[in-house]
Design a protein around this ligand. Structure first.
Ligand SMILES: Cc1cc2nc3c(=O)[nH]c(=O)nc-3n(C[C@H](O)[C@H](O)[C@H](O)COP(=O)(O)OP(=O)(O)OC[C@H]3O[C@@H](n4cnc5c(N)ncnc54)[C@H](O)[C@@H]3O)c2cc1C
Length: 860
């Protein structure tokens, strides 16, 4: 057993308090014992007194405080609104609380590019209110959103009722400014997408303040849905309502919310907000659908049919906005309407009914009362155990019940926290869910960011951790081509190769290096249509997966220009197409992965559940890591229904500037658009015979597609563009696939990523530079894919350098995605120096200490 050290706490003596006053204004510091009591707790049962609370006004001030704390070995605890339910903001070991209420500014709102930059103290609802004016929407909507801050939301990876359709916080965060444990300011990601760096934005999102202080947040937004309908349905039991949820999901419809509550909770809400709930029923669902007005009635009538077939009665549709708001006010107030302990956790959706049954039995056994109100679509349960926190016997019984419920959750394949975090409350449960090797991998991250354990010490990790045993070394050293048949074999082989210091390239070739092939790690491992996920060997081709899923009208919403590409390769290279604007990117589809690390450890990063904030988000680290951090042996991906309709408008464009202007006019219309691209140089015969073509693809429910394309056509007429042609194919994404797949062998392909708001000016200013090549501008995502047909590598180098200078200058990047092998010594593939390079190197050194994996193939 190992014990992770908590720093010896040095109380803030008078001398130190005086020195703190040297770096901040007196009015920004609280050390008065009475006032400090206010900061002893959050919304959990945990308590701890801080030595001081500071209120910085800028990143520089945060940096000064953290540097000072680091020099004096004093713990630092970041705090938002203190609504956390797991003790995350509680200063258990004393130290300094950094309170972010003075850093709550909106730094930038880019309505056209649909993104914002905010300070961490901004309240979730304030952000939503500010962007609403522009017709935009920030989807993560925790019930605590009226007070919880964006910093707290990012640190806990908050979710809410609308995350079933729209995804949780991590889907919306593209960049962060952070202050590291030694006071250094670092930048992770930014306003562009797919930065060529390890996804530390993904790791910091959900870090519970244990890695750094977040001082600035880049977030994406979506269009407010044009219309919404909300309905409630009563059921005799939770089991029946759970069955109805699965049946709705099985149809391929994606309601905006699927929330469930049982009778006990309905009665609390009814007493508190009087929304008129069916309080005699055993359970109730809130189902909300959104989209164009024309699609709402068909969606509702299909869902009503399914619900009725599954025993629903007392179906009601909110008739007015007031009625809808009252219902949501009641639902969102549920958490504060009665004293209770919430055992937040997630299970695969198909296990909801039996898990709740078990939770009820457990609570009965311990003599405590439990109610259920939860995000049923995500399988995110919230057994709410009623409790008088001043009665120690009751509290003890509640905590015993919570532990047994958590054990049951883990038995069902779930995660011990879906959105409230681990904090203090659940840290001892971490070993139930994770193996020693997995806990050690999580601790590695902590050590990389915070080697002295001063950032929110004691949270997430159990006090004592079992020792991780790596796989034994392979009996015989792997040969030049190593084709393991299992993850254990891969781990043993990698351990031996590490000892031999032999370079390894996964699914590639390089002189003197071992080729590690994933060919024998292929095939469908688990297909869980009810839980909407699939687990496949990393060597399985994407085409194979899609063919398997098509029979059930499902898909993994990813595409590849190369038929034989393996899913492991696509994840490791983070290959994304324009359809990401509707479905999200690789990082949004990956739920978990089994990985062999170079030192012989086998870890399952993540779990096959939709929401999981138990520990850091490890799966994201492997997305775009180019095989430099470990071998992906299998991956679990989210499933989506195949769209019922998909149509594209092709608009001929003669002039680049005009095309850019038109694209800018169409972008604000996008609700169900899956691509808005401007393409030059396509040889597809079905395209208009013009120098450029603007393609607008919409997909989803037929009525939504039709409504959106009608609006696009009206806008096209208004701006005086040529009449578009409506086609089934090619889609905007097909144009991207064709650009890459059909480019001449050895032609140089590059990807430029910049903030979408900068795309038009960037391209206009260097139109001539794109010159002879073909390109595709992904207008919604700020990505440019360009293929240049210049034979002289030195000219290409010059061309690339100019492009790079310009993109780096506005916070973006330009990387080479393919080129002639012999150019590799002349043309720098990456040309990018991430702000997180030191962190990336430190992480690589922990997981691949001998530096054998993909050496020299990535920026790290
Ligand atoms: C009634 C009620 C309902 C709730 N409903 C939901 C819900 O629907 N969905 C959901 O996800 N959660 C919910 N929560 C939990 C809670 O509101 C969220 O976890 C929220 O994100 C916390 O935000 P906060 O500003 O209050 O953070 P705090 O509680 O102050 O802090 C939470 C954690 O974030 C860290 N942190 C805060 N700011 C920063 C920063 N700037 N840099 C680094 N770390 C930071 C803290 O150290 C701490 O570990 C609910 C809570 C309550 C009381």
């Amino acid at each position: 057993m190992g014990i992770y050290p908590i720093q010896e706490v040095i109380p803030l003596n008078t001398h130190m308090a005086e020195s703190l006053r040297q770096i901040l204004d007196q009015r920004q510091i609280v050390t008065n014992t009475t006032e400090l009591i206010t900061y002893e707790m959050d919304s959990s049962l945990e308590r701890g007194t801080p030595d001081a609370v500071v209120f910085p006004r800028s990143t520089e001030e945060v940096s000064r405080v953290v540097r000072w704390a680091s020099e004096n070995h004093i713990p630092v605890i970041a705090r938002g609104a203190g609504t956390g339910r797991s003790g995350g903001a509680v200063p258990e070991h004393g130290g300094i609380i950094i309170e972010f209420s003075q850093m709550d500014r909106l730094i930038d709102l880019d309505a056209a590019g649909r993104s914002v930059v905010v300070e961490p103290g901004m309240v979730n609802l304030t952000l939503d209110t500010l962007v609403k004016v522009e017709g935009l929407y920030y989807p993560p909507d925790p019930s605590s959103g009226r007070v919880a801050t964006m910093g707290g939301n990012v640190a806990e990876n908050a979710g809410g009722p609308h995350c079933f359709k729209y995804g949780v916080t991590t889907k919306y965060i593209t960049g962060l400014e952070i202050v590291l444990a030694d006071g250094q300011i670092a930048r992770l990601g930014g306003r562009a997408l797919d930065y060529p760096e390890y996804d530390l934005v993904g790791v910091v999102t959900g870090n519970e303040g244990t890695l750094c202080a977040i001082t600035r947040i880049d977030a994406r937004l979506v269009h407010i849905p044009p219309s919404i309908k909300t309905m409630t349905a009563a059921f005799d039991s939770i089991a029946q309502a759970g069955q109805a949820v699965s049946a709705v999901i099985a149809t391929g419809l994606i309601p905006a919310t699927l929330e469930m509550m049982d009778q006990k909770i309905m009665r609390f809400i009814e007493d508190f907000a009087h929304p008129g709930l069916p309080v005699e029923a055993g359970a109730m669902l809130i189902v909300e659908v959104d989209g164009y007005p024309a699609s709402l009635d068909p969606q509702i009538s299909e869902i009503v049919d399914i619900l009725r077939r599954n025993g629903a009665h007392d179906l009601r549709i909110a008739q007015t906005e007031q009625e809808r708001e009252t219902l949501w006010f009641g639902r969102k107030s549920a958490g504060g309407a009665y004293p209770h302990y919430t055992a937040d956790s997630t299970v695969p959706r198909s296990r909801i009914a039996e898990t709740l049954d078990a939770a009820n039995r457990i609570c009965e056994k311990h003599g405590v009362r439990v109610g259920h109100v939860f995000h049923a679509g995500d399988g995110n349960l919230h057994p709410s155990i009623m409790m008088d926190e001043h009665d120690p016997h009751q509290v003890a019984a509640v905590l015993r019940a919570a532990r047994e419920i958590t054990e049951e959750i883990v038995r069902q394949g779930g995660a011990i926290s879906g959105e409230h975090g681990v904090g203090i409350e659940k840290r001892e449960f971490m070993a139930l869910m994770y193996t020693p090797a997995e806990l050690a991998a999580l601790w590695d991250i902590k050590q990389v960011f915070d080697p002295n354990n001063l950032m929110n010490p004691g949270k997430i990790f159990p006090a004592e951790m079992p020792r991780a045993n790596p796989a034994p070394p392979a009996r015989n050293a792997p040969s030049d081509v190593f084709t393991p048949g299992s993850v254990e074999e891969a781990a043993s082989g990698l351990r031996t190769l590490s000892e031999l210091k032999r370079r390894v390239i996964i699914n590639g070739r390089c002189d003197g290096a071992v080729t590690l092939s994933t060919q024998a790690l292929s095939g469908i491992r688990t297909y869980a249509p009810d839980d909407l996920y699939i687990t496949v060997g990393a060597g399985t081709t994407l085409d194979g997966i899609q063919a398997f899923l098509a029979k059930d009208k499902r898909q993994v919403p990813l595409v590849s220009p190369w038929g034989a590409a393996t899913i492991g390769g696509l994840v490791a290279a983070n290959v994304n197409s324009p359809q990401r604007m509707l479905y999200g990117s690789v990082r949004d589809q990956l739920l978990c992965a089994t990985v062999a690390l170079a030192d012989g450890r086998v870890i399952r990063a993540g779990r096959p559940v939709i929401k999981n904030v138990a520990g850091y988000d490890l799966p994201k680290l492997f997305v775009g890591s180019f095989g430099t951090l470990g071998l992906l042996a299998d991956v679990t991906l989210k499933l989506m229904p195949l769209p019922r309709a998909k149509r594209t408008l092709l608009i001929p464009v003669d002039d680049l500037n005009r095309g850019l202007a038109w694209a800018g006019r169409l972008l604000p219309l996008a609700v169900v658009a899956s691509a808005i691209v401007l393409r030059k140089g396509s040889s597809l015969p079905s395209l208009p015979a013009s120098p450029y073509v603007l393609a607008y693809t919409a997909e989803g429910i037929p009525e939504d597609v039709e409504s959106e394309l009608a609006q696009v056509c009206a806008e096209i007429e208004k701006i005086g563009a040529a009449q578009p042609t409506e086609v089934a194919t090619p889609s905007g994404t097909d144009l991207w696939l064709e650009l890459i797949a059909n480019s001449r062998p050895n032609a140089l392909q590059a990807r430029v990523g910049i903030a979408p708001k900068d795309l038009s000016a960037f391209v206009r200013e260097r139109a001539a530079r794109f010159g002879t090549g073909s390109f595709l501008l992904d207008v919604a995502s700020g990505l440019i894919t360009v293929v240049v047909e210049i034979d002289d590598p030195n000219r290409v180098k010059q061309w690339l350098e100019e492009l790079r200078r310009a993109s780096l200058g506005i916070g973006g990047y330009a990387v080479v995605t393919a080129m002639a092998e012999e150019w590799s010594g002349i043309v720098d593939r990456w040309g990018y120096h991430p702000g997180s390079l030191n962190l990336m190197r430190a992480l690589k050194a922990r997981w691949d200490p001998a530096g054998i994996l993909g050496a020299g193939t990535f920026v790290v």
